[in-house]
Design a protein around this ligand. Structure first.
Ligand code: FAD
Length: 465
């Protein structure tokens, strides 16, 4: 069998690419080494973490039902059932991808792919059997893997990665999270809500590196109110197993005397690295950059003709929707169309409570680039819907070009921030000004009115503040 396209990996980048290619008439196959499709995102990432964030949020909220006059007995936790609820969500989603691949007449091979040569993919099944598939083009969408810390062994029981943190058999009394990025804070939130004492150790002197500094500071305060402890500007130099937990040695990042922290579980959440193991890239001569990512040009092509790459395995934010959009773009390019991804408008969301969402430039980035900007800010304390819902933590901040008023960045801390950010993304995609956002009628009473008010605040004319 010969294909127009073989996609290696069926994460959000790979399966979306394959579907778009099939829609455009390309004879397409996918190869996936996991037994289920959907990649990191559906199996051990976005989907299971959001299932646990949802369930733990409900558990936490149920403790406050009495405030609304709802009488229920105090909620109790059945962790096994909560984990089964998570797994059902995962299974529903991975089966959904399997269905979509079939529906689009995409051949799916389960096995490990190796690129034997441009145009040839060797698939090794679990039982060791081999076959070589011929293809005009190959898209590598093999994603990423957990970053490990030297000398700290992950056993997925006491010292866990995000994968183990989605599977803990009991609620740890003390959870230490190494790394204050998105994944560490989301999973820290899950276990905090279920009763763990959570301490986050972060090398930098701030949480959420890369996000707007003011947003991160505000969000840290909110997490502090929820009981999170932070050790910023600190590095973990050693993790020693004890009887039923671990002792961490923590030193100031700038140097100084060490202290120890006791934990029942340690979550290592210091980032992810591109995954290219076993693909045979060195043999076919595909170039990597200095961070191990596959090097691609503006059309997702590697240096070898007919071999492309997308998603976490190439440069850019390691996000499912970025991988998906690249998947669509490369499929369109291969079908002779003009596939394109606008990297200036990729939203990013932290799915805690409240949520944190961001699109476009941060204040720090604008300052570094010497771009003059105006700021409009509106707090949820002044939003009617947030007030009745008692979700008044956070604010909306809009950054607009000082000369043209074009929206350059929008940052939100607040309930539903992950949904609210998309009106800003659409506005930015269409090159809107803050005036355009301010003059767009927003339904009352909604949290989205805070976005309109922040846009009004760019010219200091917010109504409810
Ligand atoms: P992946 O999803 O990693 O898929 C790659 C696939 O390739 C895997 O299934 C792998 O088995 C397969 N593969 C690798 N090598 C081979 C081979 N040689 N042969 C065959 N198959 C192979 N992103 C968000 O946008 N939102 C979130 O809420 C979010 N939450 C996350 C939570 C956690 C805990 C984690 C770990 C990640 C989260 N992410 C989130 C990131 C997101 O999961 C990734 O950005 C996304 O999965 C990348 O997609 P991808 O298609 O590039 O690769």
């Amino acid at each position: 069998m010969s294909y127009d396209l073989i996609v290696i990996g069926t994460g959000p980048g790979g399966y979306v690419c394959a579907i778009r290619a099939a829609q455009l008439g390309l004879k397409t196959a996918v190869v996936e080494k996991r037994k289920t499709h959907g990649g990191t995102c559906l199996n051990i990432g976005c989907i299971p973490s959001k299932a646990l964030l949802h369930a733990s949020h409900m558990f936490h909220d149920a403790q406050h039902f009495a405030d609304m006059g709802i009488g229920v007995s105090a909620p109790t936790l059945d962790l096994k059932t909560m984990l089964a609820f998570k797994q059902e969500g995962v299974d529903g989603n991975t089966k959904g991808v399997e269905f979509l691949l079939k529906k689009n007449k995409i051949d799916a091979f389960i096995g490990t792919a190796r690129i034997a040569a441009a145009g040839q993919v060797e698939v090794t099944a679990e039982d060791g059997s081999n076959q070589v598939l011929e293809t005009k083009n190959i898209v590598i969408a093999t994603g990423s893997d957990v970053t490990r810390l030297p000398g700290i062994e992950i056993d997925e029981k006491t010292v866990v990665s995000s994968t183990g943190a989605l599977e803990l058999e009991s609620v740890p009394k003390r959870l230490v999270v190494i790394g204050a990025g998105v994944i560490g804070l989301e999973l820290g939130s899950v276990w905090r809500r279920l009763g763990s004492e959570v301490t986050v150790v972060e090398y930098l002197d701030r949480i959420l590196p890369g996000m707007d500094g003011e947003v991160a500071k505000n969000f840290q305060r909110i997490l502090g109110k929820q009981g999170f402890q932070f050790k910023l500007g600190a590095k973990v130099t050693k993790v020693e197993r004890t009887g039923n937990g671990a002792t961490l040695t923590v030193e100031p990042a700038a140097g100084g005397s060490a202290e120890t922290l006791e934990a029942d579980v340690v979550l290592v959440a210091v980032g992810r690295v591109p995954y290219t193991q076993g693909l045979g890239l060195d043999k076919v001569g595909v170039q990597l950059d200095n961070r191990g990512r596959i090097q691609t040009d503006a059309h997702f092509s590697t240096n070898v003709t007919g071999i492309y790459a997308i998603g976490d395995v190439i440069a850019g934010p390691m996000l499912a929707h970025k991988a998906e959009d690249e998947g669509v773009a490369v499929a369109e390019i291969l079908a002779g169309k003009a596939g394109h991804v606008n990297y200036d408008v990729i939203p990013s969301v932290v799915y805690t409570f409240p949520e944190v969402a961001s699109v476009g430039k941060t204040e720090e980035e604008l300052k570094a680039a010497g771009i003059a900007y105006n700021t409009g800010k509106f707090p949820f304390t002044a939003n009617g819907r947030a007030k009745v819902n008692r979700t008044t933590d956070g604010f909306v901040k809009i950054l607009a070009d000082a000369t043209t008023d074009k929206v350059l960045g929008v940052h939100i801390v607040g309930a539903e921030a992950g949904n609210l950010i998309h009106e800003a993304a659409i506005a930015m995609e269409f090159g809107a000004s803050s005036e355009d956002m301010a003059r767009t009628c927003h339904a009352h009473p909604t949290l989205a009115e805070a976005v309109k008010e922040a846009a009004l605040a760019v010219e200091k004319r917010a109504i409810h503040m």
